[in-house]
Write a protein that binds this ligand. Structure first.
Ligand SMILES: O=C(O)[C@H](O)[C@@H](O)[C@H](O)[C@H](O)COP(=O)(O)O
Length: 246
């Protein structure tokens, strides 16, 4: 049975703080159970705010960050130093965790346009990286927590409505993204859904129709967020404005 939960917070800031607290606890639980934690982080305003909240949460000192792997759900295929890069926007967290033992060998960013000629090449390299860290016979690690933002059009990662649905595992190139920049790399739906826990972070009234649609029925083409789930839990961590149509 997959646990499915919707938790409603007063506002976006409270959601970010609560996600940070949950993430630190989930990482500790994963390390206690398996000696390692695999976390997938996301871009987007709330996803980045949650990472900033981890950097400021006093409980961050309780975690052995050298045992934590960080992965990305999607990334913008632009120059490494572009302010549009999701990893760059999370720099504050990584600088803070460096001081707490984070091993940059276990931080796995998706490739930039400085390193690869095409988003396809970056996606292929990420697919190989995921496989290299996967248990025998699997295509990716069983992520302990995979966080996703959701757009007002119900996209998750860089899987937009009516994306060319990929049943492949690993990462794919995305072009003509309706949310700029146009070129991106994204985990595929099967890889997202191989995570133990998927957390969808959603705030703001402009997301309310998509949030309601995602709870209504599974329709990957029209409402990508509706098709997302973890193998043990799917948690919608939302604010009151986003939940207003539930
Ligand atoms: O690279 C990105 O843009 C994202 O990973 C994307 O999927 C994001 O999470 C959503 O668009 C929500 O973003 P907001 O929280 O900013 O609305």
């Amino acid at each position: 049975m997959i646990a499915r939960q919707i938790v409603i917070h007063p506002d976006a800031d409270a959601t970010a703080q609560a996600v940070a607290g949950r993430l630190i606890t989930a990482v500790q639980d994963a390390i206690a159970a398996r000696g390692v934690a695999h976390v997938v982080v996301t871009g987007g305003s709330l996803g980045i705010a949650a990472l900033q909240a981890v950097a400021g949460n006093p409980a961050r000192h309780a975690v052995n960050w050298s045992l934590v792997h960080f992965w990305w759900g999607d990334e913008r295929f632009v120059a490494a130093d572009s302010p549009q890069r999701n990893i760059g926007q999370a720099a504050e967290l990584f600088t803070e965790l460096d001081a707490l033992g984070l091993d940059r060998q276990t931080v796995h960013p998706m490739g930039s346009s400085d390193e690869y000629d095409t988003a396809e090449a970056a996606a292929e390299a990420y697919t190989a990286l995921l496989a290299a860290e996967a248990p025998e016979g699997q295509a990716s690690p069983a992520f302990d927590v995979l966080m996703l933002g959701m757009g007002p059009d119900a996209h998750v990662a860089s899987l937009f409505p009516h994306h060319t649905s990929s049943q492949d595992t690993g990462a794919i190139a995305v072009h003509e993204s309706p949310k700029p920049p146009a070129d991106r790399v994204s985990l595929t739906m099967p890889t997202i859904n191989a995570a133990r826990e998927v957390w969808l972070l959603v705030a703001g009234s402009e997301k309310a129709p998509a949030l309601a649609a995602a709870q209504h029925e599974v329709n990957e083409a029209a409402v990508p967020a509706s098709a997302v789930h973890g193998t043990t839990a799917t948690r919608w961590l939302v604010d009151r404005a986003a939940a207003s149509l539930l």
